[in-house]
Ligand binder design. Structure first.
Ligand code: PLP
Length: 412
């Protein structure tokens, strides 16, 4: 098999994307529907006897090109691309759990994911038990016969806690519960989530895959390790589709009915981004490490959090799990909210913007933005303090980023 970078550029087969003209860049099939040769043909497609695109909310050739390319890189038995990372998370959870059941989730998560679980899904009867993912005994203790999934992030955003995926996978396997890992911060390039034991991997393709911050998208990858006959929600699908039950259930019911499909043009842009992802991830991780080392010794910086520094409790785990790279997000602490706002206002190059893993370096004050819907007490419990600034490093020259932050923090 070809290496990661080769497959990212050429796909698994290495063929030409456009059979009609030999175009090296595949076409955008901006179409809703597809013509069939006969009524029998269209009936066969709807019954699943014939593989064919019928309606672009369910499948589309340009979206399928992205899904195939991702599968060749991440592995697994199937990939479904959706309209956003949040669409991927909510669709995956709805495929696994329901009213009267529970999921066990990390107490530190991306703010919108916490909000989805507490504000959106709880009123529909799904309980979430938030636990410290480092406390494996607590994870096991929180699970019971109604637990339908354990959910964590490879590196939490913005707390930068690193999940020990093999250890969590062992607990899940023993209990017969699928492990769902949001691998957005590391992607399948740095973190081989499936090989480490994740059953379902989720990636917001808005970030490193899109690259230039062009489009919002999300991916659900089924690594084929969970026996779906053991899932009360999917047991019926497992009878007919065995290891493909989860993917078929998404296509034929959950993702089809929720309808958060990825637009073909967005899929095309993300396939383009995927081709250069490995290069950009390397540069972004390099910049994050250089910036973390620089900021750590700056007066005014009270604390710095980055798994790449030896002081981080996750340094060794992250190094082993992510091949000696530590991601492109770091946080640092100033005295309080006023100082953070002043620092952000002084930035000249780094953009004041939400989003992570863009080509451009971005800075944000999480407490007043992504986590603003939570009380200060809730934020503190989630590890998001008033003095925290989050930096997502892009692919610029490190020295320019250092100079900009040095003058903004006010110690130039
Ligand atoms: N998961 C993580 C870890 C994120 O950081 C984000 C967005 O920042 C998401 C999921 C949601 O992705 P999207 O914005 O594509 O919906």
């Amino acid at each position: 098999m070809n290496g990661f970078a080769t497959r990212a550029v050429h796909g698994a087969g290495g063929g030409v994307a456009d059979q009609a003209h030999g175009a090296l860049r595949g076409p955008v099939y901006d179409t809703v529907s597809f013509d069939f040769a006969s009524a029998e043909d269209i009936a066969a497609a709807f019954a699943g006897r014939k593989a064919a695109h019928s309606y672009s909310r369910i499948t589309n050739p340009t979206v399928a090109e992205l899904e195939g390319r991702v599968q060749s890189l991440a592995g697994g038995v199937g990939v479904v691309a959706l309209s956003s990372g949040m669409a991927a998370i909510s669709t995956a959870i709805m495929a696994l759990a329901g009213a009267g059941t529970n999921i066990v989730a990390a107490r530190s998560l991306f703010g919108n994911t916490t909000s989805l679980l507490t504000h959106t899904l709880a009123p529909w009867g799904l309980e979430t038990r938030f636990v410290d993912m480092d406390d494996h005994a607590a994870v096991a203790a929180a699970m019971d016969a109604d637990t339908r999934a354990v959910f964590c992030e490879s590196i939490t955003n913005p707390q930068l806690e690193v999940a020990d995926i093999p250890a969590l996978a062992a607990i899940c396997r023993e209990r017969g519960v699928p492990l769902v890992v949001d691998n957005t911060a590391t992607t399948f390039y740095l973190c081989r989530a499936g090989e480490l034991g994740a059953d379902i991997e989720i990636v917001s393709s808005t970030k490193y895959i899109s690259g230039g911050g062009t489009t919002v998208g999300g991916l659900i990858i089924d690594h084929g390790s969970f026996p779906w006959s053991k899932s009360p929600r999917l047991a019926e699908f497992a009878k007919g589709f065995g290891p493909f039950a989860f993917i078929v259930a998404l296509r034929r019911e959950i993702s089809r009915n929720i309808g958060a499909c990825l637009a073909p043009h967005n899929a095309w842009l993300q396939t383009l981004g995927l081709e250069t992802m490995a290069l950009r991830v390397e540069k972004s991780c390099h910049n994050a490490l250089a910036l973390a080392r620089f900021l750590k010794q700056l007066p005014g910086v009270r604390a710095l959090n980055y798994p790449g520094l030896p002081g981080s409790p996750y340094h060794e785990l992250a190094g082993n799990q992510f091949g000696g790279r530590y991601g492109g997000i770091l946080t640092f602490e100033l005295a309080g909210r006023r100082e953070c706002f002043a620092c952000l206002d002084r930035l000249r190059l780094i953009k004041r913007a939400t989003n992570i893993n863009d080509n451009k370096t971005l800075a944000i004050h999480p407490a007043s933005t992504i986590f603003t819907e939570f009380s200060q007490q809730e934020r503190e419990a989630m590890g998001v303090g008033e003095g925290m600034i989050r930096i997502s490093t892009g692919i610029e020259d490190s020295e320019d980023l250092q100079r900009d932050l040095e003058q903004a923090i006010g110690s130039a």
